[in-house]
Design a protein around this ligand. Structure first.
Ligand SMILES: [Ca+2]
Ligand SMILES: [Ca+2]
Length: 640
């Protein structure tokens, strides 16, 4: 019977918390021996009703290894969360209890002699008080239970791991049941002690609502479920491309490896360095993959250390001082002295400038991230990450079923959440952001994740601008190449470099890994290469080309018309020079490079004054029997 009530409850609970009066409450989120202790032997009543952050003095002089709590709480909305900490006489804090609707699986929970960290502490502590943090919830705390010593087989690490895997399991049950498109797994971050988490977040651990457990799919920020249901967030009118992913642009991954900030509140430094490293790759259009020193920023910026910082301050430090490589100042994960930086760095990276980007909405942020990765802070999570792409979720998408950096046959993460209109109808058509996190590769999908959040949750957006350089790389090192051979070149994200060949068009290739795709518009849409489509040049009379010219489309020389070229002409891949019966082409002392030429019977081609015809990629060049070919001090040659 309870199951039926529970499912009915859950179905309706998704619509509203008005149903808090339903008789169903949940015990199950902290099931199992790992959440309790058999050494607790003393129960003390508390009997406190709690609606706001509260400290309750414990007034005991007993040293304990176990402290369990009993009580119940009610959640008011998706952002509800409760947390009970044990503060000992050294002011260390130990997590006794934490819960929120997604983990609880319902709007009300009862807890009876359970605990997280304080199920078993690795050494005895003298309890001073209970620190209770509460958001949009009410709690009744009935009692605490104390215990000392350890049961025989108990081991703190084993218990912690078991607790985390139980939490992940419970989250997954609720995620599936409530049709929320992400999945949880425990990892080294979830296994941190509360003191370690405090260190990682700079003192004040935000409510994470399971974000630390995120494994794959699309993390839905708390508070967004109701908005999703109202379908007001679909971005159907956006002109922007539906997906952008800097791990796969031009057939390459432009992002550097995933790092781990450990227990230092340095996400702001990692997010900024993630932006700089990617910008370096993109600026030079080559995978330099610099591993730069987050530690230098933490140690030498003079303000933040391992306290929560600002990605803008990190970029300002690098703009002013440059940044050494990891090998010169290894990551130490604490505010080590700046003098530990090596004395003679082999390279220092600097850039011209960076910009603070005002959050003008989803499309505006998309336009920036399409230029290069940017920093981004989630207000709710108090956490800075590198924003590296986005995706409008489509019916049938599988979110993260592929291993990104390796062959698919050794893929350790084959599972993915399939966004479909049966299970996740509310998600189809909404935009998720792709973030590179600094919590190691065991978090998320190889360190990356998709998040769906309110646009107002996003701030501290910063992008690099202008040139980036080092003692080893300057403008001459920008690669200007046509990797796919379609005649369009890519030279990274700077302006067209001087070392491009003369025939390189001003518009870069929108996808230099696809011969059928040419330039890209401002919304990221790529125009298929269609040389015979709009833009064909027709020559009907006499015309002379006297300046170097690039043709992306066919050029047709009609009957009785004459096209004379005295300056170099380049025809893009697939673009033909077509000479009809009675038409004449004069190549007068210049180079003409083309992929193909159609010389009709009755057409005339004259090559004079050292003129050269250079068939592109050594395509065959044929002259039909009844066409006229005259060469007077000219050449038809192979192209190297
Ligand atoms: Ca190309
Ligand atoms: Ca292309």
């Amino acid at each position: 019977m309870r199951n039926n009530i529970a499912s009915a409850y859950l179905a309706r609970w998704s619509f509203s918390f008005l149903l808090l009066f339903m008789p169903y409450v949940s015990w199950g989120q902290y099931d199992g021996r790992c959440f309790t202790s058999d050494v607790a032997d003393e129960k003390k009543p508390i009997r406190a009703s709690i609606q706001k952050d509260t400290v309750i003095a414990l007034e005991t002089d007993r040293e304990v290894t176990t402290l369990l709590v009993s009580g119940n709480c009610s959640f008011l909305n998706e952002k509800s969360c409760v947390r009970i900490l044990l503060r000992d006489n050294y002011n260390y804090e130990h997590l006794i209890y934490e819960n929120y609707p997604l983990l609880a699986g319902s709007g009300q929970v009862v807890f009876n002699d359970i605990a997280l960290e304080t199920a078993l502490l690795d050494k005895s502590v003298l309890p001073k008080d209970l620190v209770i943090r509460i958001k949009d919830a009410t709690m009744y705390l009935s009692s605490v239970s104390y215990g000392s010593g350890q049961s025989k087989e108990a081991n703190v690490n084993t218990i912690r791991k078991e607790q985390c895997s139980q939490v992940a399991k419970k989250l997954n049950e609720n995620l599936v049941r409530q049709k929320i498109p992400w999945r949880a797994a425990s990892n080294h971050i979830t296994e941190y002690s509360f003191e370690e988490k405090k260190s990682m977040f700079g003192g004040d651990v935000p409510f994470l609502y399971g974000f630390d457990y995120y494994s794959y799919g699309v993390f839905i920020m708390p508070g967004m479920q109701d908005q999703l249901r109202q379908s007001v967030l679909r971005n159907d009118s956006s002109q922007y491309v539906r997906e952008w992913d800097w791990r796969n642009r031009h057939g390459k991954n432009w992002l550097t490896s995933i790092k781990d900030q450990n227990t230092c509140a340095s996400c702001w430094s990692f997010a900024a360095v993630g932006v700089i490293e990617a910008y370096f790759n993109l600026y030079y259009n080559r995978p330099v993959n610099y591993d730069l020193s987050e530690q230098e920023i933490i140690s030498c910026n003079g303000v933040y250390g391992c306290g929560n910082g600002d990605p803008g301050a990190a970029l300002q430090y690098v703009k002013s001082n440059g940044l050494v490589k990891e090998s010169c100042f290894h990551y130490m994960g604490y505010a080590a002295d700046c003098s530990l930086k090596c004395q003679n760095p082999d390279d220092i990276i600097q850039f011209d400038d960076f910009d603070y980007i005002a959050n003008l909405g989803e499309d505006s942020i998309k336009s920036h991230v399409m230029k290069a990765p940017i920093t981004m802070t989630s207000y709710l999570l108090s956490h800075v990450m590198t924003l590296v792409g986005f995706k409008v979720l489509e019916d049938g998408d599988t979110i993260f079923c592929k291993y990104i950096d390796g062959p698919p046959d050794i893929d350790p993460v084959r599972e993915g959440v399939i966004i479909n209109s049966t299970d996740y109808p509310q998600c189809v058509g909404v935009n998720a952001w792709l973030v590179k996190n600094s919590w190691g590769t065991s978090w998320g999908t190889n360190g990356y994740g998709y998040i769906f959040t309110d646009i107002s949750d996003i701030y501290q957006l910063h992008s690099l601008s202008g040139s980036i350089y080092s003692s080893l790389y300057d403008e001459d090192d920008v690669v200007c190449e046509d990797a796919d051979g379609d005649g369009y070149y890519f030279w990274g994200i700077g302006s067209k470099p001087n070392n491009c060949p003369w025939w390189v068009p001003d518009e870069p290739d929108g996808d230099d890994s696809n011969i059928l795709l040419g330039p890209m518009d401002q919304y990221g849409n790529i125009v298929p290469v269609n040389p015979s489509g709009d833009g064909v040049t027709h020559i009907y009379s006499t015309q002379t080309i006297t300046a170097d010219t690039v043709f992306c489309h066919n050029v047709i020389v009609h009957r009785d018309a004459t096209l004379t070229m005295t300056s170099n002409v380049y025809f893009h891949h697939g673009a033909k020079l077509i000479v009809h019966d009675g038409g004449t082409v004069n190549i007068d002392g210049c180079n003409v490079i083309f992929a193909d030429m159609d010389l009709a019977n009755g057409g005339r081609l004259n090559i004079t004054n050292g003129g050269k015809v250079i068939p592109f990629k050594n395509n065959p060049f044929t002259v039909p029997l009844d066409a006229s070919l005259q060469i007077d001090r000219g050449t038809i040659m192979r192209r190297d």
